[in-house]
Ligand binder design. Sequence first.
Ligand code: FMN
Ligand code: 173
Length: 355
Amino acid sequence: MTAVLPAIRDFEAAARDRLDPAHYDYFAGGAGDELTVRANEAAFARLALLPRVLRGAGSPRIGVTLLGSRAAMPVLVAPTAFHRLADPEGEKATARAAAAAETIMIVSMAATVAVEDVAAAAPGATLWFQLYVQPDMAFTEALVRRAEKAGCAALVVTVDSPARGRRDRDVRNGFDDLPAGMRCENLRCENLCDGGAGPVRPIVMSPVISWEHVDMLRRMTRLPIVLKGVTHPADARLALDHGVSALYVSNHGGRQLDTVPATVDLLPEIVAAVGGAVPVLMDGGIRRGTDVIKAMALGASAVAVGRPVIWGLAAGGECGVARVLGLLRDEVEHALTLCGLASTQDLEPGLVRRC
Ligand SMILES: Cc1cc2nc3c(=O)[nH]c(=O)nc-3n(C[C@H](O)[C@H](O)[C@H](O)COP(=O)(O)O)c2cc1C
Ligand SMILES: O=C(O)C(=O)c1ccccc1
């Protein structure tokens, strides 16, 4: 990978050139009219930064510790499915790049490389495991045990998917399954030893999942539980009652319910509802270091990126992901310096103006 790609959007263009158009659409697209997909990015553009001067802040510190996991930058790799559609090494390449950047990768339950193989490919990587609770709780438990054994340090439970989002681009393209030779390796029965029928269990997105399942998970594992996909402040309060270790504000990158507000606009109310009790993570539309700074000024403990990682992976494999993460890291440091701040800890809402 030698091309000069100074911004995330350049990686998207390079990825688009290389990907099968139906796969590009799968990665880029969202639900319905994609209003939420666009809203996530547009909301950052409506927020302005008001820097301070002459603070003598020196070089900025941007490391964070989340639920006992250390990251050298406050930008995590969001869980995204099907990395082998973007690069033959798939999630192994992503994990190596995340390890090199010293940040946390959240491995999707729908990964095309088994979580054990992701861990083995990237020694030293900090991995968290994303889970869709399956109505068959014995099967859910088998997945949790696997994630624990593979060394994952937290469970990220996605709760915005009681049904799969309707994505018109995928319907138009007839994209509804992985090509031959790729599958969701975490769902392979031989990996799970649960005696299930058939080679791969389908991922069930079920409307029966409730707070009771969160309680069952808490009893099942000592891993910290992060609830991903919370958008309503009332749910943030309920999540605290149910003992979760962190909240993760997300609208699934606009891929589930269309017309949900932009996540950065939801953040202040959720942060207020949580009142500092647990860390609040967020994703959706982060494309610049300034976006990271805005989200953290509004109370996020850290952010995550979904599509930017996919664009890096499709554009240049492990090296492409490393460059995307490195770019975001440099941009965060640069923006903090220009804001006159010594650390991401010093970010506060007064830095952000609505314009
Ligand atoms: C191609 C793709 C696949 C995704 N797969 C998952 C998944 O398996 N599990 C999950 O919780 N979220 C999944 N997400 C949602 C991401 O974790 C994240 O919420 C979203 O991508 C953030 O928005 P961004 O792409 O604008 O950064 C996926 C998103 C994309 C784009
Ligand atoms: O595409 C997605 O957004 C997603 O979350 C998913 C979940 C399960 C299987 C494949 C993709």
